[in-house]
Design a protein around this ligand. Sequence first.
Ligand code: NAP
Length: 225
Amino acid sequence: MARTYLITGANRGIGLELATFLHARGDRVLGTTRDPAKAQELSAHAAKVLALDVADDASITALEKSLEGESVDVLINNAGVSSTARTLGEVTGDELQRVFRVNSFAPVLVAKAALAALKRGAGKQVLNISSQLGSITNHSGGSSYGYRGSKAALNMLTVCLHHELKGDGFTCVTFHPGWVRTDMGGPNAPLAPAESAASLVKVFDGLKAESSGKFLSFDGSALPW
Ligand SMILES: NC(=O)c1ccc[n+]([C@@H]2O[C@H](COP(=O)([O-])OP(=O)(O)OC[C@H]3O[C@@H](n4cnc5c(N)ncnc54)[C@H](OP(=O)(O)O)[C@@H]3O)[C@@H](O)[C@H]2O)c1
């Protein structure tokens, strides 16, 4: 049966491919973007294009209002930013706050804003797009304090969501989407956005209650925290 997916950052990259793939197989997509007027490609695949700057509290409140009449089965917190500062010499408080705000705080705040709509839906999935760069165990070099730290925080916050929401039948999972050829991933990444999206959706479809609170790769394998 067709399900309704709310996807943040759906105007380009992995988010747009998820929207395209889900729409093509008959699911209903609510795609968010900072600038709906420029989201022509997304408009072709979304039942609704919703304005959302995930770093702006008023924008998240407006999203909550626009979801008042909606049932959402699956929230995909996909919007993300990379760090411009890589080393201790380059890092600043403003830079860390910018990256943590989008990559860590926003998925929690968007889940809060979408919670009533998610409770009206049957799917009850909160799926956060993290990164293997947020794995503490797998950290073998390189800094990117903001990006790595914010994705590690997102992983912890996903487990917090799992513990709070499992009693209401929710499945909350954090994902590494692979290294993907997007503006963020760059031209040398091995995976096309469409390959990542198709693989992720296959894993989303197979999630069970026991999957909740896990950190999974795009092929469904478990990743170390
Ligand atoms: N590509 C990879 O290899 C890779 C690897 C691991 C994890 N990831 C994760 O996968 C997710 C998608 O990445 P991607 O490669 O598709 O990146 P991308 O091509 O750079 O796209 C990023 C998306 O996030 C949106 N976004 C950024 N800041 C936002 C804000 N304040 N409010 C709303 N939307 C915002 C962008 O919207 P605008 O167009 O308005 O900027 C865009 O839609 C991210 O969470 C990323 O960390 C990617």
